[in-house]
Design a binder for this molecule. Structure first.
Ligand code: SAM
Length: 384
């Protein structure tokens, strides 16, 4: 929780250092921390924020003597910035730090800070992202703890997550030599914009970062940027929230399809590059899924002829749809079980109601997308 005074001090700090903000201001938004609200009607394509690049926190602003030169040279920029945030005792960033989410905000939202028992209920795409984060975090933490034995893991994880949820992609001639993931910068004020599936236009040049409106915003409306074309499983794992309306949302079907396939069928699919990464979204079940399901419906020679474009895939559509419908109904029952299990978890020291609610909400969104596909299939089934 923050008060308006903290915001005002932060903005004064930023303005003194060259930040310009037009027609938007930070406000507490229930359920999403701080966000930016339009203070007047904003036309499309107007500048609302300009931040001089001199204000960015990058690997270059990490103190050399105290931190950088003590850490292994192959530490990730993510790991380095997190060390800087965790170890900083200067008063350079006091006003900025004061508007950042607290440790308990972070724990309530981002799965990397959740207890393992709750992590185990994540949908598989989010769980896969979490495992990769755990590997990256463990590597960074191993390097940092060796050099700074007094630093606590929880403090470092919190700083690491601040970096994970608040950095912007920033490429310069210097960072172009680095891996894409390392081209990151913390940016004051811009890091107060929340995400929507479509949002304002973020740009940078050597001197400034700018944000311009992508459309008209009415006074009092929240003004968003887009962190990318991300599904809700991705947003949950990386940022600790899910959107109610997300045109990029999708549901993974790997857990539904892979167990149906024999080892031979998996090899066959792999040979053609169609093994795994099965998805459905608001409008369709992906081509990869249909191709895998088709293999369940016909002999391999006939299947190959379809994959190679020699036979028409429409000839088998009705049979594939029937298998799909059967599997989706089974999957729906499994999703219902997940919802019941998550909602039934005890709210105690381990699980907060907020964590449970978000997880249950995600499973309900999955159920809704699966349900829509079931309805569509039932409506369009051709008798065979
Ligand atoms: C770059 S910060 C944005 C500002 C942040 N709300 C704050 O209080 O400082 C990213 C974090 O904001 C929150 N967030 C961003 N967009 C959101 C949204 N549409 N709904 C809920 N939370 C959101 C998430 O906690 C995310 O990790």
């Amino acid at each position: 929780m923050h008060n308006m005074e903290t915001h005002n001090d932060f903005l004064a700090w930023a303005f003194e250092r060259g930040v310009e903000l037009y027609g938007v201001e930070p406000r507490e938004i229930p359920g999403s921390g701080i966000g930016m609200l339009a203070t007047e009607k904003l036309e499309e394509d107007v500048l609302i924020l300009q931040v001089p690049t001199t204000l960015l926190r990058t690997f270059n602003t990490v103190p050399k003597q105290a931190i950088r030169q003590n850490l292994p040279t192959d530490i990730s920029v993510h790991g380095l910035l997190a060390a800087d945030l965790a170890l900083d005792t200067s008063d350079l960033y006091t006003e900025w730090n004061a508007v950042c989410p607290s440790k308990s905000d972070m724990k309530a939202s981002v799965p990397l800070a959740w207890p393992p028992a709750l992590q185990s209920y994540l949908p598989s795409p989010a769980a896969d992202i979490l495992s990769k984060q755990q590997v990256k975090f463990a590597r960074d933490w191993d390097m940092v703890r060796g050099v700074f034995p007094d630093l606590e893991e929880e403090q470092y994880r919190y700083s690491w997550l601040l970096v994970n949820t608040r950095t912007f992609y920033h490429s310069t001639p210097e960072t172009e030599k680095m891996a894409r993931d390392d081209r990151m910068a913390l940016q004051p004020v811009a890091d107060l914009f929340n995400h929507a599936d479509q949002g304002c236009v973020v740009n940078f040049d050597p001197d400034t970062f700018t944000i311009r409106t992508d459309r008209v915003y009415e006074e009092g409306e929240e003004v968003f940027i887009s962190y990318g074309h991300h599904s809700n499983d991705f947003l949950l794992a990386e940022y600790g929230f899910v959107l109610d309306k997300n045109k990029w949302d999708e549901v993974a079907l790997d857990d539904m399809i892979l167990p149906e396939l024999s080892e031979g069928q998996k090899e066959e699919l792999d040979g053609y590059g169609f093994l795994g990464n099965y998805r459905l979204d608001d409008e369709q079940v992906c081509y990869r899924s249909q191709t895998a399901l088709r293999l369940l419906c016909m002999d391999v020679e006939a299947w190959r002829r379809v994959v190679e474009g020699l036979d028409d895939e429409d000839d088998t559509k009705a049979v594939v749809d029937r298998v799909l419908l059967r599997l989706l109904k089974k999957h729906d029952r499994e999703v219902v079980n997940k919802i019941t299990e998550v909602e039934g978890l005890p709210s105690n020291n381990e699980f907060s109601p907020a964590q449970k609610q978000m997880l249950a909400k995600r499973w309900r969104q999955i159920r809704s997308l699966v349900g829509k596909t079931i309805e569509r299939l039932e409506g369009g089934l051709i008798p065979i």
